[in-house]
Design a protein around this ligand. Structure first.
Ligand SMILES: [Zn+2]
Length: 405
């Protein structure tokens, strides 16, 4: 097995799940343990400016060997998703995979028909968890790729790359990855997150993302004498959800379609709360979704005059596509690098967000590169050794192209 794979397996075994219920930064102490380990490894390698700040971002630098002085950033997040168990991850290496469904314990089956491009790896090595946990290739694969590249560059000083800034961040999976990030301290001109899926793709578009938080106050009274008096918050909230067209829900959307997603609802007669998220690739599309929510608020208020209804909408992140259009180099070089390693490059959109979306709006245009992993946030998560290697080569080639500028 390659050193990169060994490194990935070693990192995958560490429990680094983030915790959405915690209000500390980072949200779990286990992320800091992993960051300390990485900090030591960076010191052993001999990186410069190594700093682990109190909020859980690990920064480091590597001087460039090339002629250019454009500073390039590389980022990966150390946390894994709290949506699937992340404790005692036991990676399983399936050598010479025959193309059949991969059966893990507790009835977990990874079917090639249900995952994008698994069949391109028939005959290769596939890595999964044992079925009890997620694997955590999202984003331990990204961390392993960046660490392995630093190792390669330190031991091969003839490889010409630009000056590099490295950041390992926390709490990406609970949407707080960039909350404590300091773009000035990072100091890159362009950056790459290594946090994508299948190889070949260069992610330049993400959703525009807003949250919509509905609060309803009703009026409680004994149901026996409720006529004309009771105002039931449960009914109000149910009406809001049922007024959204089924085709506008995530389970019926794909490609470049956006959606409204009612995430959670909790209510009694006297008061209730409905949390929703809104997603759309275009800013006009998002504008119209926000207007739809506002007219829904008016309609529902007119329907239930006795209810106190409030709707709070907040921006979560935006599509960095327009920013990346202003200077295409970060995108073009990644596409060229993808072609150089023998893949068909494809500029793609992710139906989600990345730390890069927010980083782009903080002034550092950021592109997302693949890791080779798929079915993230689940016990079906898998990564092919070849996909991991190709992702490593894409990042390295991208840096080499920057190094010749
Ligand atoms: Zn990720």
């Amino acid at each position: 097995m390659s050193e990169l794979t060994d490194r990935f397996l070693r990192y995958a075994r560490m429990d680094t799940a983030s915790d959405s219920s915690s209000s500390t930064s980072p949200s779990s102490a286990r992320q800091v343990e992993f960051l300390r380990m990485l900090e030591n490894e960076l010191r052993e390698l001999g990186l410069d400016d190594i700093e682990l700040d109190e909020k859980g971002t690990l920064y480091a630098s590597l001087p460039g060997g090339g002629s250019g002085d454009t500073v390039i950033g590389l980022l990966a997040h150390v946390d894994t998703s709290p949506e699937a168990p992340g404790e005692n991850v036991n990676p399983v290496v399936h050598r010479s995979w025959d193309g059949n469904p991969v059966e893990l314990c507790e009835g977990v089956v990874i079917r090639p028909s249900e995952t994008v491009d698994m069949l391109r790896y028939v005959g290769d090595t596939i890595i999964t968890s044992d079925g009890r946990t997620l694997l955590g290739a999202d984003d331990k694969a990204g961390v392993a790729i960046i660490m392995e590249i630093l190792d390669t560059l330190i031991h091969n000083r003839n490889i010409q790359v630009p000056p590099l800034r490295i950041a390992f961040t926390t709490d990406e999976e609970v949407g707080r990855g960039m909350d404590n990030f300091d773009p000035e301290r990072f100091g890159a001109d362009f950056a790459y997150t290594v946090d994508g899926g299948s190889v070949g793709k260069v992610d330049t578009q993400t959703f525009n993302a807003w949250s919509a938080n509905w609060k309803v106050k009703g009026r409680e009274v004994h149901p026996g004498s409720a006529k004309g008096i009771m105002v039931n918050a449960v009914r109000v909230l149910a009406d809001i959800v049922s007024s959204i067209l089924p085709e506008e829900m995530p389970e019926n959307s794909s490609g470049d379609e956006g959606y409204y997603y009612p995430l959670s609802i909790s209510s009694v007669t006297s008061e209730g709360n409905l949390k929703m998220i809104l997603r759309d690739f275009t800013s006009e599309g998002m504008k119209s979704r926000i207007e739809t929510m506002r007219s829904l608020e008016k309609w529902i208020q007119a329907r239930y005059p006795g209810a106190e209804i409030s709707l709070e909408m907040l921006e979560q992140y935006s599509n960095p596509g327009e920013i990346l259009e202003q200077d295409r180099r970060a995108v073009e070089f990644a596409l060229q690098a993808t072609g150089k390693v023998g893949l068909e490059p494809e500029e793609s959109s992710i139906r989600g967000g990345t730390d890069g979306s927010r980083l782009s709006f903080m002034g550092i245009p950021t592109v997302n590169l693949p890791t080779g992993g798929e079915l993230f946030h689940s016990r079906n998560e898998w990564i092919a050794e070849k996909g991991l290697e190709l992702s490593y080569r894409i990042v390295l080639e991208t840096l080499r192209i920057w190094g010749t500028q």
